[in-house]
Design a protein around this ligand. Structure first.
Ligand code: NAD
Length: 386
């Protein structure tokens, strides 16, 4: 194979965005040959461009027209269509989340294990962003020392009622499986676990429909404990304005803070634990150096991940985001909600079957009737650089 024939399933906001850069030739050795959506109005533009058009994901998967697919539908279909694609011998790029809940993520990963020669990647484009790569370097080089505390206040995911009314699937247990955690924050949760690992226990406090006429969570405070004793808090909301985005990691060798497009590292000259154990004075602190770390935003993060996916299919390149990694952010989103729903601290790994059962109860008990109103045309890409 010299070029990968690609199909996109789900042609809403992000499906259309992927199609634009692919048709503009931004990804080498990749040809967008087919698009699929259950909304026929989303497909009109592509007919004249000579693409094959499908109204059903399974039909595209079985068509023989493509070698690989991007799944960009609402969350629940990521795992069902993903499994169908892998079983049909297609390489898979899944939009985030890789599944609506952990048990579905496990099913998708199991389907990939049976078809190991296929490439399965996930669209977590923050992993290409220099600001996070620089934080990763500080951690991996040992410059931060052992992580002792972290906090991410990410309350600038403000969304209006019009946003929630714009899609029948949005912010419902049945259509989306969760709210701000599974949708807006999933990138942050992936980044958090990619940089700092998974916690060993989580206590979540989630308010359902605190700010909007929705049944899922739109305001969250969660406490996380890590295997080495480090403590963390994760705070998010889609109802707060102006909100904040401040990510802080404290280690024994210093503290890194990412806020308002500024990345600063305050470096302890000596390890704070060592200092405490050896200092003879009671009120002294380690001397610090303040370092401002410059960074640019990634120019085309989605296209970068797609190029990596194509290179993995054609040349066995190592994936930036292997699809199986996607289970961790799903588990974090699920466990914060689950802990809140049952009012208890939950140890990880979370019992995926117990959570699936809880979610099914929420779906069965849902009384919300949603009126869908198409939102005004606006640039949704403004929300990318978090
Ligand atoms: N990586 C990112 O930056 C990013 C950004 C936005 C959205 N997303 C993810 O992409 C997914 C879609 O989000 P969106 O905002 O584009 O939603 P959207 O509602 O704008 O679009 C979803 C599209 O999927 C179609 N669809 C639904 N079921 C389908 C099926 N079974 N087969 C084919 N098409 C189907 C719908 O008709 C609709 O056109 C979500 O899971 C979201 O989390 C990722």
């Amino acid at each position: 194979m010299k070029r990968v024939r690609l199909g996109i399933i789900g042609m809403g906001n992000i499906g259309g965005y992927h199609a634009d850069y692919l048709l503009a030739g931004k990804v080498n050795r990749c040809e967008l040959v087919a698009v699929c959506s259950t909304s026929p109005n989303k497909l009109e533009n592509y007919k004249s461009k000579g693409l094959k058009i499908f109204d059903d994901g399974e039909k595209l998967i079985r068509s023989g027209a493509v070698d690989a697919v991007i799944i960009a539908t609402p969350h629940y279909q990521h795992s069902s269509l993903g499994i169908a694609a892998l079983e049909a011998g297609l390489h898979l790029m899944s939009e985030k989340p890789i599944a609506a809940h952990k048990a579905d993520a496990e099913r998708l990963i199991a389907a990939h294990k049976k078809n190991k020669k296929l490439v399965f990647a996930a669209m977590f484009q923050l992993r290409t962003e220099p600001r996070y790569l620089k934080i990763q370097k500080l951690i991996q080089n040992g410059e931060l020392g052992d992580i002792v505390r972290l906090s991410w206040i990410i309350t600038d995911w403000y969304r209006t009622e019009a946003y929630y009314s714009s899609g029948g699937w949005r912010a419902t247990w049945k259509g989306e499986g969760g709210g701000v955690l599974l949708n807006q924050c999933l990138h942050n949760l992936d980044t958090l676990q990619w940089l700092c690992g998974m916690p060993s226990s989580v206590r979540g406090f989630c308010q359902l429909g605190r700010y909007h006429n929705i049944e899922v969570e739109d305001n969250v405070t969660a406490y996380l404990e890590y295997p080495n004793g480090a403590a963390g808090v994760f705070i998010t909301s889609t109802g707060e304005s102006p909100g904040a985005n401040r990510f802080e990691i404290a280690g024994t060798r210093g503290k890194v803070v990412l806020e308002k497009d500024k990345l600063t590292f305050t470096r302890n000259e000596v390890d704070m634990i060592q200092f405490s154990k050896t200092s003879r004075a009671g009120f002294l602190k380690p001397d610090v150096w303040n370092v401002e770390i410059p960074f640019e935003n990634s120019a085309a993060p989605h296209a970068t991940l797609m190029q990596n996916f194509i290179d993995a299919v054609l040349d066995d390149a190592a994936l930036i985001v292997p699809g199986a990694d996607g289970i961790h952010s799903v588990e974090l989103a699920n466990v914060m909600l689950y802990s809140s729903l049952i009012g208890e601290t939950v140890k990880l790994p979370m019992d995926s079957a117990a959570y699936e059962k809880k979610l099914k109860q929420l779906i069965a008990g849902s009384k919300l009737e949603k009126k869908v109103v198409e939102a005004a045309n606006e640039d949704f890409t403004k929300s990318f650089h978090r």
